[in-house]
Design a binder for this molecule. Structure first.
Ligand code: ADP
Ligand code: MG
Length: 259
């Protein structure tokens, strides 16, 4: 659409021109539970959004809908202007545009670290072997585990495994990275090594959605904090504003318990 001038109003109606991920009026139920309620959320290219909220508020479900690990009942979700199909080869390809890092590292236990980072490139992106190998090595170096390439996941610490999981997601050249409580399962001394890799990614301009209880990370890396409770986005604001002056009682109550 370059060269076409669009008024602000039209842009807002369609999501701003720079929005990479757009959820519009998304609803999802698990049986009687209305787990996502009229969710509207637009994430700009290069933006880092931290999602916080009490356990059970729908944060993980929100993440999972973005790459169709969960279906939605109504509304739309687009990534870079495209709605994800519900199945098929096209889904696998588009899903790879959305990197996901979970609390449990989900590495393939019977594959080496290097193979873990090469696999998606070979199978989904159809990268040739030599290029996949080179990229895997370079990514493992970048997250600080290059020397562990030939080991199996179980031989690594939790912090190292999570950094491999990040490298594996990055190997697909994702347009956006989703992190669902990536440090919650880690021993305390390993949390920072993972957060530092995430901080670096944020500085490099990666678009990121991060569900976390690490408020230090939220303060230093987030452009925006989204607070969820009971399946709704209750409030959103820049971190300095949100932490200094939460508006809703739910957010005040939540912050009083975790800070
Ligand atoms: P959060 O990540 O904020 O803790 P979740 O998105 O995991 O919240 O869960 C939101 C609610 O949905 C919880 O009540 C949870 O028990 C329920 N839930 C999550 N996944 C499922 C599922 N697959 N089937 C039924 N209920 C689910
Ligand atoms: Mg969760």
């Amino acid at each position: 659409m370059s060269g076409v001038s669009v008024t602000k109003d039209v842009q807002d109606a369609a999501g701003a021109a720079d929005d990479l991920v757009v959820l519009s009026n998304v609803n999802k139920h698990f049986g009687a539970l209305h787990v996502l309620q009229n969710i509207d959320l637009s994430i700009a290219r290069g933006e880092v959004v931290v999602v916080i909220g009490p356990s059970g508020s729908g944060k993980s479900t929100l993440c999972r809908t973005i790459n169709r690990l969960e279906t939605i009942d109504s509304g739309t979700i687009t990534v870079d202007g495209k709605e994800l199909p519900s199945e098929g080869r096209e889904l696998a390809r588009l899903r790879a545009d959305v990197g996901m890092v979970f609390q449990s590292f989900n590495l393939f236990a019977h594959k080496t670290v290097l193979q873990n980072v090469m696999l998606g490139q070979l199978k989904v992106r159809k990268t040739d072997q030599a290029a996949a190998l080179e990229k895997a090595k370079s990514l493992l170096d970048r997250v600080g585990v290059g020397s562990q390439a030939d080991k199996y996941p179980a031989q690594l610490s939790g912090g190292q495994q999570q950094r491999v999981a990040i490298a594996r997601a990055l190997a697909m050249d994702p347009k956006v990275m989703l992190f669902d409580e990536p440090t919650s399962a880690l021993d305390p001394e390993m949390i920072n090594e993972v957060l530092e890799v995430m901080q670096q990614l944020a500085r490099e301009g990666m678009t990121m959605v991060v569900v976390t209880h690490e408020m230090g990370f939220a303060r230093s890396a987030a452009n925006r904090v989204v607070f969820m409770a009971d399946g709704k986005i209750v409030e959103e604001a820049a971190p300095e504003q949100f932490f200094a002056n939460p508006r809703s009682d739910r957010a005040k109550d939540f912050l009083s318990k975790i800070l």
